[in-house]
Design a protein around this ligand. Sequence first.
Ligand code: ZN
Length: 477
Amino acid sequence: MMAKEFVKDITSMDEDFAQWYTDVVTKADLIDYSSVRGSMIIRPYGYALWENIKNELDHRIKETGHENVYMPLFIPESLLQKEKDHIEGFAPEVAWVTHGGSEELTERWCVRPTSEVLFCEHYKNIIHSYRDLPKLYNQWANVVRWEKTTRPFLRTLEFLWQEGHTCHATDEEAHDETKRMLEVYADVCENILAIPVIKGQKTEKEKFAGAKFTYTIESLMHDGKALQSGTSHHLGDGFAKAFGIQFTDQAGNLQYVQQTSWGFTTRIIGAMIMVHGDDRGLVMPPKVAPTQVMIVPIAQHKEGVLDFAYELKDRLSKSVRVEIDASDKKPGWKFNEYEMKGIPLRLEVGPKDIEKGQVILARRDTGEKIIVSMEELDEKLNQILDDIQKNIFQKASKHREERTSIASNLDHLKNNLETKPGFVKAMWCGNRECEDKVKEETGATSRCMPFEQEAVSDKCVCCGVTANQMVYWAKAY
Ligand SMILES: [Zn+2]
């Protein structure tokens, strides 16, 4: 009853999805704006979320044998230019430093848009023999890309990420690594962020600048647009040749290393918001929620209520991330505030509950209220949090299924995108012209050639010639 009134500040998703998104990121206190165009201040609530995601990914990166390092922020122009395709791909969005204090630099420096060239220069110095391989490095850093249009988390001038850079003795090993890290990203997305993903390979047009090929995971947002959620590139020996990264193999021959790079960014927070959010605001997956349980004392002025609530918090904090709001704001305000912030569970406790030895739990995902006895509480909390995690994943999977269609020609594809925005599965002949034409006519791009192929037709969706490659098409962020 009070709910409507309190969430009136958030635009309805169906009315204006873009505005809904902006309302949520600012009102749920994830970010704030500053005078730096296209950049964001990540507020404590947003940063705690990022840290939880980062920790999950970081331990998987280490478990698969990688070591963390840190590279310089700046790249001299001459270094960036060493690999031709790479510089061509990034040149339009590079920020340049031309002065140090009042002195003009003899050579411009760019602020890293990605760090392949810095890793390559370093690898050339430290790799000499097959005994030095593989080299499995990762860095957590910020990068800058001079984007024209920006949106918090989705596209910002500066963003946070990790970039893995590895060197291997053989093409096969590098291929395995590319696949392994894509699986790690898919694991974090599906099992931690509850975001279902499609795994596949990018087309030549959409691959990373300078890569042999790019693997990607693609997810579908509530509005039916796709979002690239993590990429892993097999770089082949293109960078190794440009930088002279060679090693002596066991037979004594000089070989070029095979390289990979892979990245996962704060963009994923945008995906999480757009996959799980609703008209009341954020819905946080319990596994990354900075606060999993919010205690709201009822009639807290009554004797014993606050003491009880604080004791409860101490007890529960051993197994869950729990906070308490004992401010003098009304419970109704608190309910709505924490629903907007997406906190998975609210725990209400008042004088009557204390008397009966129980508390009331309210689920953010379903709105369901559950009375739980004090004895069962610890166990129940963990069960319900697990259940929320599963439920939102299933909900997102169902939504994606409902928004995935098949098209056999261009009109069909266009019609599907208009009537039911989402993924469209269609065959492609492999020609760049057809890929370009699909984009021109429908606004959709090829998201990936999925590892799990289906023969949804035998002809290219665009030109009608025989085709055996199935592609996921969608409009994308
Ligand atoms: Zn074609």
